[in-house]
Every structure is written in structure tokens, then in C-alpha cells.
Design a protein around this ligand. Structure first.
Ligand code: ATP
Ligand code: MG
Length: 236
């Protein structure tokens, strides 16, 4: 099936409003049904994906990136079936931040610019200001050259996560996925990150997986993933 998709997927994404639509999607890992007739839309702005552990939130993000493909139904971006889009082109439109981002031994600058190797110093400064890293950069003694250490161990988890967000934002991709990106950070950094998301929400489709219902913006699109635990595939 993957080979079939690869053969036909040579379109470029014609990105317009940034509406991601699941149309009657079924998805299962083997016998384990995760989504059944899942029919939901994500829009430009803030979208929250909530649900119990194991209901399929991370799976939905993998489906959007086409790392996984639906068993039935389709996923479209601005009306275009993502199965028809060249994988490399699709990835050009999506950035992801996870709960435990990977930082490599090197400077803050290097760890951010890896998100967009064409970025200029001014772009790095712009995203660092946006995620409120400027005080840390001013006060750490080495500025942007500060060595974050192996796996970023010379930073706090909040600083690591701000760098991961800056790295995701520097490439200016129109779809931003955050898979529990604010799970293991302090209250203060979480507030900062939520403020950043509010600032950028007008020109990106942002999907946030969270278990922290108190931080959900009221006017946003909230999608609760139903628990399909009692569904199982008919044996035939
Ligand atoms: N590659 C896989 N093969 C088989 N089962 C999988 C695979 N990946 C995930 N699962 C199972 O599918 C279900 C949904 O997983 P998923 O990671 O999407 O859940 P989630 O909603 O993100 O959960 P959490 O809130 O714990 O992160 C889980 O029961 C998980 O164990
Ligand atoms: Mg998950």
C-alpha cells in the first residue's frame, strides 16, 4: 500500500487556509482499532487534541505527517488528499515539537539554526526574542555561543523546550504540531510558551496535544479523541 501511495504522490501542496480535515478515517494497529469514522477538522489558529492515554492523539499527528496512512477515509490539507503529496514537500510545511526534544552538543545558535540552515543571525535573534530566551542569552556569559552540553544537559528543561520551539519556528512552516511539548516544564515557561502560541496563531495551524485542560484557550478548536478501547476488528 505504501508503495502505491509513493507512486502517486507527486503533487506539491497548494497551501491556502491551513485547514486539515480527517474525513471518515479508520485506523488500526493490527487488530487494535484506534480511529473509527473519525471526521474532524483542524483550522488555522489554536487546535487542542485531548483524550485519555492511548486513545490515539500521537497517532493522529503521525497520520497528518503521513508517517502512517489511514485504512479507510482520507486526510486533506486545504482539500488536497495528503496521499497525493510528495512526502518531502509535505514535510516542508510541518514542524513538530515533542515533550523531550533532542538537543545536540553545540551552541544555542547551532541548535536553533539546524531548523533552517538558510537562516540569518537576525532570524535566530528574532525567534529567541519571540520565545523569551533573550535574558538567558544576555546573562549566560557566552550569548548565542553558550554550549548546551551533551543532550542539552547544561540547560533547564524549560530552556531546552524554548530552544526546541525556537528551532521549530525559525523555518516558518505553516503547520506546527506540539505533542505534549509542555509536559515536563515549569509553570513560568509553560505560560511563556502558551503566550508565544497565541502570538503566532493567526498565520499557522497549530495542533497542541495536552493533558492539562486548564491551559486550553477557550475560543480555540478543541477535539476530544473518543476511546475506542471496546471496539475490536471483526474476526473473519
Ligand atoms: N506502532 C504501534 N504498534 C502498535 N500499537 C501502537 C503503536 N503505536 C501506538 N500504539 C498503541 O496505539 C494506542 C494509541 O497510541 P498513541 O500513542 O496514539 O496514544 P496517545 O493518545 O498519544 O497516548 P498518550 O496520551 O499516552 O501519549 C496506544 O494503545 C498505543 O499503545
Ligand atoms: Mg501521545
Amino acid at each position: 500500500m505504501d508503495m502505491e501511495i509513493e507512486k502517486t504522490s507527486n503533487e506539491k501542496l497548494n497551501f491556502k487556509d491551513g485547514t486539515i480535515s480527517f474525513e471518515d478515517v479508520d485506523f488500526a494497529y493490527g487488530e487494535k482499532i484506534i480511529l473509527k469514522d473519525f471526521d474532524k477538522q483542524f483550522y488555522k489558529g489554536l487546535n487542542y487534541l485531548v483524550g485519555d492515554n492511548g486513545t490515539g492523539k500521537s497517532t493522529i499527528m503521525q497520520l497528518i505527517c503521513r508517517i502512517l496512512t489511514p485504512d479507510k477515509g482520507k486526510i486533506t490539507i486545504d482539500g488536497q488528499n495528503i496521499n497525493n503529496i510528495e512526502q518531502k514537500n509535505l514535510f516542508k510545511h510541518i514542524s513538530i515539537v515533542f515533550a523531550n526534544p533532542y538537543l545536540f552538543k553545540g551552541s544555542i545558535y547551532e541548535n536553533i539554526v539546524v531548523g533552517n540552515l538558510n537562516a540569518e543571525k537576525s532570524d535566530v535573534e528574532e525567534v529567541c526574542n519571540l520565545v523569551e530566551l533573550e535574558d538567558f542569552i544576555k546573562n549566560n556569559g557566552n550569548g548565542y555561543d553558550y554550549d548546551v552540553g551533551e543532550s542539552g544537559q547544561l540547560l533547564s528543561s524549560g530552556e531546552r523546550q524554548k530552544i526546541a520551539l525556537a528551532r521549530a519556528l525559525i523555518n516558518k512552516k505553516p503547520i506546527l504540531l506540539l505533542d505534549e511539548a509542555m509536559k515536563s516544564i515549569d509553570e513560568e515557561t509553560r505560560k511563556t510558551m502558551n503566550n508565544v502560541l497565541k502570538k503566532i496563531k493567526n498565520n499557522k495551524t497549530i495542533i497542541i496535544i495536552t493533558h492539562n485542560l486548564s491551559e486550553i484557550e477557550k475560543s480555540s478548536n478543541i477535539i476530544k479523541i473518543p476511546n475506542t478501547i471496546n471496539l475490536s476488528k471483526p474476526t473473519s
